[in-house]
Ligand binder design. Structure first.
Ligand code: AMP
Ligand code: MG
Length: 479
């Protein structure tokens, strides 16, 4: 198994990580291999499917050139400071340069205990492995920055949670696994030297045009603002926006109790541990700013100069979120309405539709999908009370007609509003079948989600909202 590793993180000082090899598993089986991703990483799919490749993907064998390690980080979890977290069940094998020249981490998640496992077993059961595979790859297909899933394997071992479940390992690919919490880890220890090295590493790797700590802060703020606006545009709720789950590269990372909304409501929350709705759909931009303020605080020692001035500059940089977010939100939602020009009242038109959707219990994806068809009035079926929507409809159509012919608008909207999202009840169904050893629903869902803008001719059922009895109320933290 030849992998052209070039491990830049492993070259950072010892206190950035602990060297740690994966713990072998009893009986690995390949559940899924993402061949397109493997190719883009310059990896040989056939080799990955071989016994030797399976060994690598399950943690039973180390490929030549790997530098297995667990990364150190800290973080604010639900607002509370935790000075040491770190990879408790993930092991970075190393980095490769992909076909586009971009450096990518290859990490095994669920690969066994590490010095950062605290009381955890270092393992993952199939549920979170399949969920992360489905949702991260769906995000990618939707055009939203995200970590990716290269492979999922079952381990032949049981993992004890509320009950015993089959274990799994996910091979995750990311442009890095460096988090806001990685900076916080060193800031809390007043290790300015490590902070500087980390900053230089991140600038080289992700933001080569950024100048110094303030430049980096602005770049990360902008990347997060654009990312969160894109989440809002597909009804995605991350569920655990803790600072240790915020990638400084601006990718969606750590898919735990996340979900895409069915019925639109801005207060929707999914995580069973998010009792106060801290990470509800509508709160995501606000909480991102909170997280970025923690990032700014960690960077303060590097901004230098007069302390008061540094605080002012950092504050201003974080406040820059609002403009980038609102520009991107307008772009995302006016595109969802098929508009090409942006006029004064366009975001109000989008907000108005959302308000009617919330009042009328309309399905987010189906409503935007229906207004993207040749008869947008059929979207009325999505609303309990369609009157307000039917009042909005001709005003929107009149506005949209100013941006060109109807057929072109329909084509634009169908390329913008997905026909398919990974709905929670379908993910649950795929997990439950997977736990029984049947991966057909998982494969079918992944295949359909790889082209989310095409009406799935072979799987029209996947576009349906859940029946009341199918609704998954909450997703559990799922570790
Ligand atoms: P997460 O909720 O997945 O973002 O994880 C939060 C922290 O808990 C991270 O430091 C993880 O590495 C750690 N963690 C989660 N699950 C486990 C587990 N089963 N064993 C050890 N550490 C874990
Ligand atoms: Mg995490």
């Amino acid at each position: 198994m030849q992998i052209a590793f070039d491990n830049s993180y492993a070259r950072l000082p010892d206190r950035f990580f602990r060297p740690m090899a994966p713990t072998p598993v009893a009986e690995p089986h390949l559940i899924a291999l993402n061949e397109a991703l493997a190719n883009s990483l310059g990896l040989d799919s056939a080799a990955l499917r071989s016994t030797e490749g399976l060994g690598v993907l399950s943690g039973n064998a180390l490929p030549e050139g790997a530098n297995p390690l667990a990364q150190a980080y800290a973080g604010h979890q639900f607002g509370g400071w935790v000075p040491q977290l770190g990879d408790g069940r993930a092991i970075l094998l190393g980095e490769v340069i992909d076909n586009d020249g971009i450096r990518r981490d290859i990490q095994l998640k669920g690969a066994g205990p590490t010095p950062f496992s605290r009381n955890g077993d270092g393992r993952a059961w199939l549920g979170p492995v399949l969920r992360e595979y489905i949702v991260s790859e769906a995000m990618f297909a939707l055009g939203i920055p995200t970590t990716r899933a290269l492979a999922a394997v079952s381990t032949g071992e049981r993992v004890q949670r509320e009950r015993a479940y089959p274990g799994g390992v996910l091979t995750r690919v990311a442009s890095s696994h460096i988090r806001v919490g990685t900076f916080q880890f060193f800031a809390a220890r007043q290790d300015d030297e490590a902070l500087r090295l980390l900053m230089e590493h991140v600038i080289t790797r992700h933001y080569p045009e950024a100048e110094g700590a303030l430049g980096l802060l602005k770049a990360v703020v902008a990347a997060q603002a654009r990312l969160i606006a894109k989440w809002m545009g597909v009804g995605f709720i991350h569920g655990v926006m803790n600072t240790d789950n915020v990638s400084v590269a601006g990718e969606t990372i750590d898919y735990g109790p996340c979900a895409f909304m069915d019925n639109y409501h801005p207060d929707t929350v999914f995580s069973s541990i998010d009792r106060y709705g801290r990470y509800a759909y509508r709160k995501q931009p606000e909480i991102a700013v909170w997280n970025l303020a923690q990032f700014a605080t960690a960077l303060l020692p590097l901004i230098g100069g007069d302390y008061k001035k540094a605080v002012e500059d950092a504050t201003e940089a974080v406040q820059g979120f609002a403009d980038v977010f609102s520009d991107e939100w307008d772009k995302v939602f006016t595109a969802k309405l098929g508009l090409t020009s942006q006029r004064e009242d366009d975001s109000a038109l989008a907000y108005e539709l959302l308000t009617h959707m919330a009042k009328g219990n309309a399905d987010f994806t189906r409503t935007f999908g229906a207004i993207s068809g040749d008869d947008p009035a059929v979207a009325a079926e999505e609303f309990d009370q369609p009157d307000a929507f039917l009042d909005w409809l001709p005003r929107w159509l009149a506005r949209a007609s100013e941006d060109g012919p109807e057929l072109a608008r329909i084509a634009r909207m169908q390329a913008t509003n997905p026909a398919l999202i990974p709905r929670n009840h379908r993910i649950e169904e795929a997990i439950q079948a997977g736990v029984r050893g049947d991966f057909a629903p998982f494969d079918r869902l992944n295949k359909a989600l790889s082209t989310p803008f095409d009406a799935p001719i072979e799987a029209p059922d996947l576009t349906l909202a859940p029946l009341p009895k199918e609704v998954v109320q909450q997703t559990f933290c799922g570790t």
